[in-house]
Design a protein around this ligand. Structure first.
Ligand code: GUN
Length: 285
């Protein structure tokens, strides 16, 4: 039997419909969620991401501002812009597209974003709130993974989740979220001995390492839920994940495709965070 597909595109559209209805409700009270996206420099991939974020805002009826700054922008100039956006009432979320040019310290920039507008969930206070289980704006890709699981009936509670990869933007936060959802979580990485054997213990296997097609059929317990956060380009130009999809799909119970799995969820969760921030600011339940 072949795995059921976790259709991130469809689930993402479903959530966007819910967001649209919420926006209607807010507009009736004269509140429009607003997102500021800041892009420094000319990175080609970043330009595409920023365009997609602005388009998502348009589609959902959000207010948006895109600040495109030259690569020569100084750190102080960028910090001054963030300071201004922190105080701007029409803006409920601030996203500074990463990576930044080398002469700008990423940490200084992330630290400067007001915690209640930190829709990326990258600020140390947001990370701390996630860790202690306080209400926080959650990082988008990890919360997208949790939504995919829940909306396909794969509640993590009581399951053994194995996470491969320990990055600050995916591996660590998704592990904390799975723990919060009452999974038993094993965090693994490049120095974990017998990685395939550990992965094979998983009821839910989340892979975020950035190595094309690393995970093979013998890493997966029959019937397991496999969530592939990877996005790699093969020499032939084809996109693929960190999971060897064709090899794994026949044994998994559920699997996310790449593209069309986790990818579409990231921007949707960014919109959801911006909506949440707007509601909080205006005391709307
Ligand atoms: N660059 C690639 N992914 C992301 C992301 O999720 N947030 C930000 N700010 N920059 C990114």
């Amino acid at each position: 039997m072949s795995a059921r597909i976790i259709d991130g595109k469809r689930i993402s559209e479903e959530i966007r419909e819910e967001i649209k209805q919420e926006v209607e409700r807010l507009l009736a009270r004269d509140v429009r969620p607003g997102l500021a996206v800041v892009l420094v420099g000319e990175d080609a991939a970043s330009q595409v991401y920023v365009r997609n974020k602005a388009k998502a805002c348009d589609d959902l009826g959000f207010y948006s501002e895109v600040h495109r700054l030259p690569a020569s922008t100084t750190q102080d100039e960028l910090l001054a812009l963030i300071d201004r956006l922190n105080g701007q009432a029409s803006i409920h979320g601030i996203l500074v597209q990463l990576p930044l040019p080398k002469h700008i310290q990423e940490k200084a920039v992330i630290d400067a974003i007001a915690v209640d507008k930190d829709v990326d969930g990258f600020h140390p206070v947001s990370v701390g709130n996630l860790m202690i289980g306080d209400d926080a704006l959650l990082p988008c890709t990890p919360s997208g993974v949790i939504e995919l699981l829940k909306r396909t009936g794969n509640d993590p509670a009581g399951k053994h989740a194995v996470v491969i990869g320990r990055s600050n933007i995916v591996g660590k936060p998704v592990s904390m979220l799975l723990l919060r959802e009452n999974a038993t979580v094993t965090m693994t990485h490049s120095r974990t001995p017998n990685l395939p054997e550990v992965a094979r213990q998983a009821d839910i296997l989340v892979v975020a390492v950035g190595v094309a097609q690393l995970v093979k059929r013998d890493w997966v317990k029959p019937g397991a839920v496999v969530v592939d956060v990877g996005m790699n380009r093969l020499d032939n130009g084809k996109l693929c994940g960190d999971v060897d999809y064709d090899d794994v799909a026949p044994v998994a119970g559920w699997i996310t495709p790449v593209p069309g799995g986790v990818g579409p969820m990231t921007i949707t969760m960014l919109m959801q965070n911006t909506l949440k921030s707007a509601k909080r600011t205006h005391g709307i339940a």
